[in-house]
Design a protein around this ligand. Structure first.
Ligand code: 5GP
Ligand code: ZN
Length: 113
C-alpha cells in the first residue's frame, strides 16, 4: 500500500489513534501545529475534497460529527477549535487522502496563512 493514511487506517503504520469506527479513524498529527492537532480520515481512500460528490458526501458530515465527539473527549469543546480541509497545492495539501484537521488549545488567527 502506498498511501500512508490508508496504512494508518489498516494499522499497518503506527499512529496515536484517539477514535475509530467502521467509517473513520482519528489520530494525532505527527507534526502538531497547535497543542491539540488531530486528523480525522475516512477509511475509504478519497484523494481530497475535490473528489467528494453525491455518492460519498455523507462521510464529510461524519468527519465533522466525530470531530465534535473528540472535542468533548479532549476537553476543548468550550474554548473552541478549528476544522480545516486542504485541497491541492494552493490549499496546502501534502497527503492525498482526505483528512479533516482538528486544531485547538490556542487562539487561532484569521486570515489563515
Ligand atoms: P495536509 O498538509 O495534507 O493538509 O496535512 C497532512 C498532515 O499529515 C500534516 O499535518 C502532517 O504533519 C501529517 N502527517 C504526515 N505524515 C504523517 C504520518 O505518517 N503520521 C501522522 N500521524 N501524521 C502525518
Ligand atoms: Zn489512502
Amino acid at each position: 500500500m502506498i498511501c500512508i493514511f490508508c496504512e494508518i487506517a489498516a494499522r499497518e503504520r503506527a499512529a496515536r489513534i484517539v477514535y475509530e469506527d467502521d467509517r473513520v479513524v482519528a489520530f494525532h498529527d505527527v507534526n502538531p501545529q497547535a497543542p491539540v492537532h488531530i486528523l480525522i480520515i475516512p477509511r475509504d481512500h478519497i484523494s481530497g475534497p475535490l473528489d467528494v460528490d453525491v455518492a460519498n458526501e455523507g462521510i464529510i458530515g461524519h468527519l465533522v460529527a466525530v470531530a465534535a465527539r473528540i472535542a468533548r473527549q479532549e476537553g476543548i469543546a468550550d474554548n473552541g477549535y478549528r476544522l480545516v480541509l486542504n485541497q491541492g497545492r494552493d490549499g496546502g495539501q501534502s497527503v492525498f487522502h482526505t483528512h479533516l484537521h482538528l486544531l485547538a488549545g490556542r487562539r487561532m488567527t484569521w486570515p489563515p496563512g
